[in-house]
Design a protein around this ligand. Sequence first.
Ligand code: PLP
Length: 418
Amino acid sequence: MWRVAAVRALRGGGAGGPRTASGAAAAQLRQRLESELEDIRGAGTWKTERVIASRQGPHLHLAGGGSGACGAGGGEEGSRPEVIRAGVETLEKFGAGLSSVRFICGTQSIHKDLEEKIARFHQREDAILYASCFDANAGIFEALLTPEDAVLSDELNHASIIDGIRLCKANKYRYKHMDMQDLEAKLQEAQKHRLRLVATDGAFSMDGDIAPLREICQLAQKYNALVFIDECHATGFLGPNGRGTDELLGVMDKVTIINSTLGKALGGAAGGYTTGPKPLIDLLRQRSRPYLFSNSLPPAVVGCAAKALDLLMESNAIAQSMAAKTQRFRSKMTAAGFTISGKDHPICPVMLGDARLASVMAEDMLNRGIYVIGFSYPVVPKGKARIRVQISAVHSDEDIDRCVEAFTEVGRKHRALP
Ligand code: PLP
């Protein structure tokens, strides 16, 4: 108690609500922020968060009542009882956290075991854990590339890749989305540099499309470049054994570096990693700033991820069932008259075009107990509003059929369908 009282005394706060900072600079800041927030509201791009009052899973409850069938983009091993049990056991055995970064006193046997397991899963030499894949992407380019090198990045790569590239001093080339002619032109331009790294999302989450990795790897070979893929939307469910896009497209031996997340199909809690050649992983342990200067992953998270990987390596049933459910949803929705963007990916964007239509249809779907989210500008280009549906391995065929029926009803009501 005395510590709380002392901190309050230092901040000048008594018991009770928040205190308003005083002074002209604070007032000026408040005014500027309020005007910026008003601009966001005015532009119609304000994002609200629906509050979930239950576990994540195929069925969930929303705070304030209501329920929905939901998919959060992955195999959702996170809601499996074995995964939760493993997390609880690891929490009890290894504690809540290390209060430290890895190289001070933050490395436990479970961290080393998980890194070994990740490398084995992807059939790579080694792996390094991060607090998130955002961190893995923020850390890799700066550690690996110098002003003598070049990085070639798909224009629609994830924000964390864009930020990671911004932090590095290499020469930067942005090629048109999945455009191999443009990539080849940029590779030709980049021949003057010491090393070339092509960086792409394995699967792009906004459109549900999959990078043409075979063609990318062929070009990389022709122009002596390395290939980096971000597999957040692929690990655990794409490819015959859920290894990801490189397995799906038969180029596991051609992709040099993989970054991915533990926060989707591998436990669903948090965490990310890089896996690839051992000297690269060794270098990241020495140089990668988000690794060096941020706490190690909490044991419960490590326990969940390790169990999810065990399940994936024991059987390919999850990956196979994801593929079958994705196919069921995509074909039934197409037959009903909807346009689904992308191909073979469990992220199924139902293309509607109009932002208001996407928003009212998503609301109506929620009223029918289906949790889906409408996306419009600036998250996606103007005129390309959509409702993004994410199929999960734990959805039943009945869930999927119910979702298609609800879409059909709502689509007819709002004249998105004839
Ligand atoms: N990369 C991609 C392609 C993603 O979609 C995401 C998150 O959605 C990330 C990186 C960041 O992953 P994390 O949540 O582990 O930070």
